[in-house]
Write a protein that binds this ligand. Structure first.
Ligand SMILES: [Cu+2]
Length: 329
């Protein structure tokens, strides 16, 4: 990586007081953070300096050249001062060029992932995140190893979302119909919040996840265990986890309250009326169809907004989800 200002050991290190959270910025938890912050603080202090300079000079001139009895009108002054004009053009030019060069180098660092980075798939949809690991395991949170470059290959199933981890100083839009990538290297174990930072509809502000940084050895064992997570759980227990993990929780409650979709509580065995006038009893087959082909039967009073989960549920997962919905009496 290109050090912005001679690296974090330079003058900005003392200014920033290390990786701690400040008034302006959250904790620094990736290799980008100190460079991004250094540029931010650089621009901030340049602005503060010129703001104070201009306000102070304006105040000074207002007082000094105010209209008095001794000096009833402004005196004539020369039209040009070449030295002054060159100085106030060249100095800002140098500052702006410095901001451009540093910003562009930082942008290129953020855009170009190193060879051999660990790749994780990210799927954004209204209104949840799914992270897919190289072994096919899916999780609603982002788990990464410490001190290893991680490249995210991101896509959207519906509208534009934006992946944002303030602690890592990474943010990038996810546009439907194409892949976007972002990379980072975590420098501390622990948890950091992930936000969607593109307004994407009603529950945009709930489109949250957590980035969890593991010790490198611990990461591999976490992934191996996570991929076998259904083992040793009853179908109902597994279904409860799937309910959150697959994002059903965003639209379906389990306490009877109606959200974007009907509540799962007490739904099994009830009769459902559909928008086309037909009706059916909620049984295993109806749940299965609702998950794989949600628009086949649209419940009266609801919009057909449920995404299809075709290809995202295997038979065990379907059985577990059905068992869980059945258990919510
Ligand atoms: Cu979003």
């Amino acid at each position: 990586m290109v050090p912005f200002l001679g690296g974090a050991s330079g003058w900005q290190a003392s200014l920033l007081a290390g990786a701690a959270k400040t008034f302006w910025m959250p904790e620094q938890r990736s290799t980008f953070a100190s460079d991004v912050d250094a540029l931010f603080y650089g621009v901030l202090w340049i602005c503060v300096f010129f703001f104070l300079l201009i306000v102070a000079m304006a105040a000074f001139f207002i007082v000094k050249y105010r209209r008095t009895d001794a000096r009833p009108r402004a005196e004539k002054s020369s039209h040009h001062n070449t030295t002054l004009e060159v100085v106030w053009s060249v100095v800002p030019l140098i500052i702006v060029l410095w901001i451009f060069v540093v910003g562009f180098r930082g942008f290129m660092d953020l855009r170009v992932a190193p060879q051999g980075a660990y790749e994780i798939g990210v799927t954004a949809e209204k209104w949840n995140w799914t992270f897919t690991y190289p072994n096919g395991y899916e999780d609603s949170n982002l788990h990464v190893p410490l001190g290893k470059p991680v490249k995210l290959i991101m896509s959207s199933r519906d509208v534009i979302h934006s992946f944002f981890v303030p602690d890592f100083r990474v943010k990038f839009d996810i546009v439907p119909g194409r892949y976007s990538t972002v990379w980072f290297e975590a420098t501390q174990t622990g948890q950091s919040p992930i936000y969607c930072t593109e307004y994407c509809g009603t529950s945009h502000s709930n489109m949250l996840a957590t980035a969890i940084v593991h010790e490198p050895g611990e990461f591999d064992s976490w992934l191996a265990a996570a991929a076998n997570w259904m083992e040793g759980l009853s179908p109902t227990e597994a279904g409860e986890i799937l309910y959150t993990k697959k994002g059903c929780v965003q639209c379906h409650s389990t306490d009877g309250s109606v959200g974007v979709g009907p509540s799962f509580r007490g739904s099994f065995g009830n009769t459902r009326a559909f928008a086309d006038g037909s009706s059916t009893v909620m049984d295993e087959n109806y749940i299965r169809e609702s998950i794989l082909n949600p628009t086949a039967k649209v419940v009266v009073g609801f919009d057909p907004v449920m995404p299809t989960f075709q290809g995202r549920f295997d038979d065990d997962e379907l059985a577990a989800t059905i068992a869980y919905i059945k258990s919510l009496k």
